[in-house]
Ligand binder design. Structure first.
Ligand code: EPZ
Length: 441
């Protein structure tokens, strides 16, 4: 079987989608579960490549981590017997660097490869390393081996202010601070709901973590303990992907089991674009195409802003909008890899300069004045898209290309299906259930 999708587009998609568990919670609670002196059961865990890669990584370290039912994982860190994360598998998923925390907790020192993940920007972990050192850890990077070597012989202590917001960085330092000497305070922390779901999991298990806006305090505990399974949040990134997938084909979709607070900014922008949105606690969200889509101006930002993960899919919707739309990407550099691919299908997209007063303030990545960035695009619509041969380079761009294939008149081949399946569970079944014509090549 080829690592590609064949999609026949041009049909209006309608139906209902049951969301999978959130990838960006699943990966962190699995790692956090290694900090317990017991077996931990996690529910609503999506069967996706990134989760399977992480479970394999953890098994290589000697611990138990596996699916026991369709979406239930059990983790037991008591049998951890290695403090060196496998280089090949570790460099495949970015969150592998978070394994430093359970390894330091168990062995007081560890070796972890420089994280990989999607190809969206350089994705350094300088803020995390700084935070670790501020709290008392020793961290060195050996560029010959590509490994970080970390050491923490004493309990962590202190206060750290993130120079810029980092989602996994916040989660990493929360985990590192659990068994501290005294109260640890983190300033300018991330506010993503996925981080709050991790905090809920930990506080239900005896942790003492308090959030006050971007300030998070962690009071010391001796151990974590829980008797019942933990069920993670649904995936709001998946909700946005499927809402746009239906709407871009002028269809409608009902999305189950997601709280409005997870999609506030998306719903606001969808309504501004002239699209119908109905919400009832029973049917949850219904997104429906009305008569036409209005052009929009999007600037991505950490939660509660318009998520960077949503902008690639939004771009396809804007190829069907009336007029000129703009997307300014502030969180990651190099997150427009899909532009060249959409142009192959006839999309009219050009890069535009963003006029920020102070780019060091405006962007959430480490802005380098000597580097050239493409951080803004203009999309002119509506455009009739035709089929083509496309190549996926990162996860959310992958979903973008699949959506574009479903919008396009004609047949498309999309290479790199396995990259999309890093983050989307049962993608083919879900698209087919909406009436989409998609199959693995
Ligand atoms: C998490 O990535 C998510 N991944 C991303 O989802 C999501 O887009 C992002 O948060 C924003 O919400 C997971 O949770 C596994 P950041 P993360 O640290 O934590 C720079 C998806 O498709 N930075 O908030 O890596 C960084 O390069 C993925 O599901 C530093 O420079 O994002 C980026 O430009 C994609 N130094 C910006 O900050 C650091 O030490 C924000 O990154 C840390 C980050």
């Amino acid at each position: 079987m080829e690592d590609a999708y064949i999609i026949k587009g041009g049909k209006r998609l309608n139906g209902t989608i049951k969301l999978s568990g959130a990838k960006n919670v699943a990966l962190k609670v699995i790692i956090a579960a290694l900090l317990f002196d017991q077996e931990v059961t996690l529910k609503n865990i999506p069967h996706i490549v990134d989760v399977q890669e992480l479970l394999h990584l953890i098994q290589l370290l000697g611990a138990k981590a596996q699916f026991v039912e369709k979406n239930t994982v059990v983790v037991d860190g008591r049998s951890l017997n290695s403090n060196k994360v496998d280089f090949l598998h570790g460099s495949k998923i970015r969150v592998s660097f978070m394994l430093m925390v359970p390894l330091l907790h168990k062995f007081q020192m560890c070796y972890v490869p420089n994280p990989g993940g999607c190809r969206i920007g350089s994705r350094p972990i300088d803020r995390i390393i700084e935070g670790m050192k501020t709290l008392g850890a020793k961290v060195d990077y050996d560029s010959d081996t590509g490994f970080y070597e970390a050491e923490l012989n004493d309990k962590p202590a202190g206060t750290y202010t993130f120079p810029k917001v980092t989602h996994t960085g916040t989660e990493f330092l929360i985990l590192l601070s659990l068994f501290g000497k005294d109260r640890i305070t983190l300033h300018n922390s991330a506010e993503e709901p996925e981080t709050d779901n991790l905090i809920l999991f930990l506080n239900q298990s005896g942790a003492k973590i308090e959030r006050n806006g971007k300030k998070i305090t962690i009071d010391p505990i001796k151990s974590l303990k829980r008797d019942n399974p933990f069920e993670i949040l649904p995936d709001r990134n998946e909700a946005v992907t499927f809402a746009i997938l239906a709407l871009a084909t002028k269809g409608e979709i009902t999305i189950s089991e997601i709280s409005p607070s997870l999609l506030e900014t998306f719903v606001k922008k969808i309504k501004e674009a002239g699209i119908g949105v109905a919400y009832t606690p029973k049917t949850m969200f219904r997104f429906y195409f009305k008569s036409f889509v209005k052009a929009s101006h999007i600037e991505t930002a950490p939660h509660p802003g318009f998520m960077t993960d949503w902008q690639p899919n939004w771009a396809v919707l804007m190829t069907q909008a009336q007029g000129e739309s703009y997307i300014y990407e502030r969180v990651f550099e190099n997150r427009f890899s899909y532009v060249g691919e959409l142009r192959k299908l006839g999309a009219e997209i050009e890069f535009v300069k963003i006029p920020p007063k102070d780019p060091k303030e405006y962007f959430f990545f480490n802005f380098d004045p000597n580097k050239k960035y493409n951080q803004g695009i203009k999309i002119t619509g509506p455009q009739t898209l035709h089929g083509g041969v496309l190549n996926i380079t990162d996860l959310r761009a992958g979903a973008t290309l699949a959506i574009a294939g479903l919008v396009a008149q004609g047949e498309s081949v999309i290479n790199g299906a396995s990259i999309l399946e890093r983050g989307y569970e049962n993608f083919i079944d879900k698209v087919t259930s909406l009436g989409g014509d998609i199959q693995r090549a």
